[in-house]
Design a protein around this ligand. Structure first.
Ligand SMILES: Nc1ncnc2c1ncn2[C@@H]1O[C@H](COP(=O)(O)OP(=O)(O)OP(=O)(O)O)[C@@H](O)[C@H]1O
Ligand SMILES: [Mg+2]
Length: 437
């Protein structure tokens, strides 16, 4: 299984064929950013050793400024140290080192002055200060995305070096991990796929493909684990995470390519919030809902009305808003949000008060997939990317309430107001004529 050729860069270790694909030769030209999504025990961290060694060698060879460091990062410092500090010391030959490794900081300074360091992304604000030539982020799906966006990515911007008289600007990154639902790890994996970001490449391998876990062992895991967890952990599959609210949603199975046709009556679920108004646009086919468009992050109700009118001038519009919009005003006008919608000429369907949040969530889940496996509500995931993301990612908070911090609540609420109004689970039995015995 191990490949024996061309591994002087990887050092004394021999990479498996799949590890070698991720390692990438001439990577400074073809893939500044790399993402490897792999099953458990694939050999991700092992590959990290070869990566750190190569980065150290190239930093010396290419005269990278000593201001630009080389980092191994993991979700917490404690974890990073436990998993990698010993391995880092093994990976960097004593002959390359300028002094003894710093056991407190977990850093190694090379004779050239370059610094290799172990960091935790739990306290990422403290990490600012240097530039970066190379960063390896392990367990990427468990790291906070903000650490990348706010701290690491800017640190990669200033690094410059010259190879064969060609000047390169920008440090490099490899993010590796096992999936955790459809979170940022999924996004960055997609960025690296064919036809997406030009300086970015990504790979997805199962545990079995790593060659370190025998097939019998994988079979034992398959028998013992629930199918969703098994697929996630061993097949590196992006699965709906168990804590998500709309666990019945599956972007593959609930997808439709249906779009708005001429003459379609449009049904718009709407949530009011200054600066973050959200609307999901549905059509109804055979009495069942299809989400076919969305309007997100609009400033206020008048702006939302303008957008709806501009986008769908030829269609009849029924709006299903948040019932609290009857008293609340998201704009400076004297009229309520709901009054403004009516004045704009839309039909407004709203109950006197919102149903319980639980009922709304249950109605949406029931439409996404019922006990018979019927997926009655479909979503055009291309036309509704934010609604799709919201359904996949909103989780329950520590009090068991739908989380509002992740920023997914408004879009889901918007879609939910329509669904619970039109397709409630609790039909009012009282309104049915009583049986006469
Ligand atoms: N190319 C290789 N040659 C020899 N042994 C390897 C190789 N790659 C990985 N291994 C061994 O396989 C085992 C799993 O490797 P590693 O810890 O790197 O996996 P991982 O994908 O990081 O696992 P986890 O999902 O638990 O983080 C380790 O014992 C490691 O030493
Ligand atoms: Mg690992």
């Amino acid at each position: 299984m191990s490949q024996t050729t061309r591994f002087s860069d990887a050092g004394p270790v021999k990479l498996t064929a799949k590890q070698a694909n991720i390692f990438v030769w001439g990577w400074q030209q073809v893939a500044r950013f790399r993402d490897a999504v792999c099953g458990r025990r694939f050999g991700k961290t092992f590959l990290g050793k070869a990566e750190m060694r190569r980065a150290a060698r190239l930093a010396m060879l290419w005269n990278v400024s000593i201001e630009d460091e080389i980092w191994y990062a993991a979700p917490t410092f404690k974890q990073a140290k436990r998993v990698f500090w010993r391995r880092l010391k093994q990976a960097i030959p004593v002959a390359w080192r300028g002094s003894r490794p710093n056991e407190t900081e977990c850093s190694i300074t090379l004779k050239s002055g370059h610094v290799l360091r172990i960091v935790g992304l739990d306290a990422y604000d403290n990490l600012r200060g240097s530039g970066l030539f190379f960063v390896l982020i392990d367990e990427w799906a468990d790291c906070p995305y903000e650490a990348w966006e706010e701290v690491i990515r800017p640190m990669l911007s200033t690094c410059r070096y010259t190879v064969n008289r060609i000047e390169y600007v920008g440090g490099h990154a490899l993010r590796i991990g096992t999936p955790k639902g459809f979170n940022h790890c999924y996004d960055t994996y997609l960025d690296g796929q064919e036809g997406r970001e030009p300086d970015h490449r990504s790979w997805l391998y199962t545990s079995l493909q790593g060659g370190n876990v025998p097939p019998e062992e994988v079979e034992v895991a398959r028998r013992k684990m629930d199918p969703r967890t098994f697929r996630q952990e061993y097949e590196a599959s992006f699965e709906n995470y168990s804590g998500v609210i709309y666990y019945c949603f599956d972007r593959r199975l609930n997808h439709t390519s249906d779009t708005i046709k001429r003459g379609d009556a449009l049904h718009v679920g709407m949530d009011f919030n200054v600066g973050k108004m959200a609307a999901v646009v549905f059509v109804i086919r055979d009495d069942l809902p299809r989400a076919v468009d969305e309007i997100m992050d609009v400033f206020d109700t008048p702006a939302m009305i303008d957008q709806i009118k501009a986008r769908f001038p030829e269609h009849s519009i029924t709006v299903y808003p948040d019932a609290s919009g009857d008293s609340r005003k998201t704009n400076n006008a004297s009229e309520s949000d709901i009054a403004l919608l009516k004045k704009a000429g839309f039909v407004v369907r709203v109950n006197p008060a919102n149903p319980a949040v639980k009922d709304r969530v249950n109605s949406v889940n029931a439409m996404l997939c019922n006990t018979y496996g019927e997926r009655r509500m479909l979503v055009n995931t291309d036309k509704c990317p934010k609604f799709t993301q919201g359904l996949e990612r909103q989780i329950y908070d520590e009090k068991g309430q739908p989380d509002k911090k992740g920023g997914f609540d408004h879009r889901n609420d918007a879609g939910g107001y329509f669904v619970v109004h039109r397709y409630p689970i609790n039909h009012r039995i009282a309104s049915v004529t009583p049986l006469r015995m």
